[in-house]
Design a protein around this ligand. Structure first.
Ligand code: HEC
Ligand code: HEC
Length: 372
């Protein structure tokens, strides 16, 4: 019921764009209070790439979401200032404009809200607060012109509201569809996918039951149900500690701990997943279903980057989400994760199908073996 009311409100809060989206994508949701303009998008891109907005002057958003790496960093977990490691794999920003929530645990509801966090996270850009950003935005002559052009504002009238709106507007241009799958399925071009990819698609819909979470709609596909599931990654290895960790976290939260900082600072706290946001025991170890668009060029995989290849992901699902010793110990595992009895060929076909989801502008991303 709560979800329904939320959807109803959301429908009022967004305007739909003109329908020039690439094949396979739905109309782009744009908040009514942050319409897309060329000036705002250009400003957002500049902010996204500005290293000065970090404690060392070395880390921009693009450090972990690099255009030439399909807007991720191809690392197991991200590294911020002084190469400090976080706890989670950087998702690509491509198509994030469509997600109903941001971050692996969905702790922020919008791109606008998401964008204020990395600046002040101690393992990312590590500013003490947002003041240094505003100082540059208000005094740098190029920014003065750009904020005037985008928002008609200057001096103290420039706040984090404008900064985050501009970044979000830029991110809303990073959308990509028109993959071989889109041309095959939505475009009716039966030659767009290879025979192996077509067989893999059948497994995806049938025996693999992948589509129950990585959703495909009638006229578009985001390959996510926007929900949270425990598919037996990270948390599998720390089962015995989970009740204690969960309790300690609730206590810290009651005392006002910052969730963004807590989950990216400590690996075990990170594994609590969606629980850290909702306090709901059912959501222990649950993470957002990621899109599968461009997945072949964004290794490694899962919220902790623990699986290096798509084949390893398929084997994980085929085994039914068991831990490294092959045991089914996870008390919070999603009911949708069961052994699949797929053959070696079916597993390879699923991998081939994943490769059919790459958009033309990212096919040439070089995915050397992921580092760290
Ligand atoms: C040090 C590396 C790093 C930097 C710098 C960084 N990010 Fe991220 N980004 C990440 C990681 C890691 C996550 C996942 C964190 C989580 O889910 O808890 C993430 C998540 C996101 C998401 C959510 C995507 C999704 O699928 O849910 C967006 C959008 C995003 N970042 C945009 C930005 C913007 C904008 C900036 C600059 C203001 C930025 N990032 C700076 C590493 C980084
Ligand atoms: C119960 C829901 C569910 C089912 C069923 C499911 N997935 Fe997932 N998938 C998820 C979630 C949630 C994650 C992220 C889990 C995590 O990081 O802890 C994920 C992650 C992935 C990833 C890694 C993406 C990335 O960017 O890291 C791939 C690839 C993937 N799934 C493919 C598949 C395939 C193929 C199938 C069918 C064999 C499948 N999934 C079945 C929910 C599901």
């Amino acid at each position: 019921m709560r979800n329904k009311i939320f959807l109803f409100l959301a429908a009022f809060m967004i305007t739909q764009s003109a329908g020039s989206e690439p094949k396979g994508l739905p109309p782009l949701p744009v908040p009514t209070d942050n319409p897309q303009t060329p000036e705002k998008i250009a400003l957002g891109e500049k902010l996204f790439n500005d290293k000065r907005f970090s404690a060392t002057g070395e880390v921009a958003c693009a450090h972990c979401h690099a255009p030439e790496k399909a807007f991720t960093d191809l690392k197991k977990v991200s590294e911020g200032i002084h190469d400090l490691k976080g706890t989670r794999n950087a998702p690509t920003v491509i198509n994030a404009a469509y997600f109903k929530s941001q971050f692996w645990d969905g702790r922020e509801p919008s791109l606008e809200r998401q964008s204020t966090q990395p600046f002040v996270n101690p393992v990312e850009m590590a500013l003490p607060n947002h003041e240094p950003i505003l100082k540059i935005a208000r005094t740098d002559s190029e920014y003065q012109k750009a904020f005037k052009a985008a928002f008609g504002k200057s001096g103290d009238a420039i706040t984090m509201d404008e900064v985050s709106k501009a970044i979000a507007a830029f991110e809303r241009t990073l959308i990509a569809g028109d993959s071989p799958f889109d041309r095959y399925y939505f475009g009716g071009d039966k030659t767009a996918m290879t025979p192996a990819q077509i067989r893999g698609f059948a497994v995806f819909l049938g025996q693999g039951r992948c589509v129950s979470c990585h959703a495909i709609e009638q006229d578009h596909a985001l390959f996510t149900d926007s929900r949270f599931h425990n598919v037996g990654i990270g948390i599998n290895q720390i089962q015995d500690e989970v009740p204690g960790l969960a309790q300690a976290f609730l206590k810290a939260k009651a005392q006002g701990v910052d969730v963004d900082k807590a989950v990216l600072a400590d690996k075990k706290t990170s594994e609590l997943g969606r629980f850290a946001v909702t306090n709901t025991v059912d959501e222990l170890g649950a993470f957002k279903t990621p899109t599968l668009r461009n997945v072949a060029v964004t290794p490694p995989y899962m919220h902790d980057g623990s699986l290096e290849t798509l084949k390893q992901v398929m084997v994980h699902y085929n085994n039914g989400g068991v831990n490294q010793k092959g045991e089914r110990v996870n008390a919070y595992l999603s009911g949708g994760i069961r052994p699949l009895n797929l053959s070696e060929e079916q597993i390879d076909d699923l991998v081939a199908f994943m490769e059919a989801l790459t958009s033309p502008q990212y096919v040439s991303v070089a995915t050397a073996k992921p580092s760290n």
